[in-house]
Design a protein around this ligand. Structure first.
Ligand code: CUA
Length: 151
């Protein structure tokens, strides 16, 4: 009888985990970068919008930053926005899996080669925000950082 109880409990716990994962994936849309936005990681430089990385104004204090990540760095490497700006980041990797974390905010995303990752952050306080790669990506990992300056 004991064995049956433990088996039932273990199975129940697994089912609960699977339900939570399913809920996060489908109801909350959490998960890896969308499979609908696939690009050729060998041809990032020729693929729009990544053929022109950089920042552009798309609304009242609203900006879009198209950024590529690769070992050793982020391009563009220097970003300056006015205080209160909402920034829509459009990210991809040119080589391996990288991370995109803006220290001191909730912005944290995985950036995979062949996928487009989108993340939005509003900067309500002035200052310098450290951007880090938080996925171990090889020999240049410790050099992968940049800053976002909020003026
Ligand atoms: Cu890129 Cu670690």
């Amino acid at each position: 009888l004991d064995e049956k109880i433990w088996l039932t409990l273990s199975f129940g716990i697994i089912m609960i985990f699977m339900l939570i994962t399913g809920y996060q994936t489908f109801a909350l849309s959490m998960g890896p970068p969308s499979n609908k936005e696939i690009i050729d990681p060998q041809k990032v430089d020729q693929t729009a919008p990544f053929n022109q990385p950089g920042m552009k104004k798309i609304g009242e204090n609203e900006y879009e930053v198209v950024m590529t990540l690769q070992a050793f760095g982020f391009a563009p490497s220097k970003i300056e926005v006015p205080v209160g700006a909402t920034v829509h980041f459009v990210l991809t990797s040119k080589d391996v899996v990288h991370g995109f974390q803006i220290a001191g905010t909730n912005a944290n995303a995985m950036v995979m080669p062949g996928h487009i990752q989108r993340i939005t952050q509003t900067f309500d306080t002035r200052g310098s925000f450290l951007v880090l790669c938080n996925e171990y990506c090889g020999g240049g990992h410790q050099f992968m950082s940049t800053t976002i300056t909020v003026l």
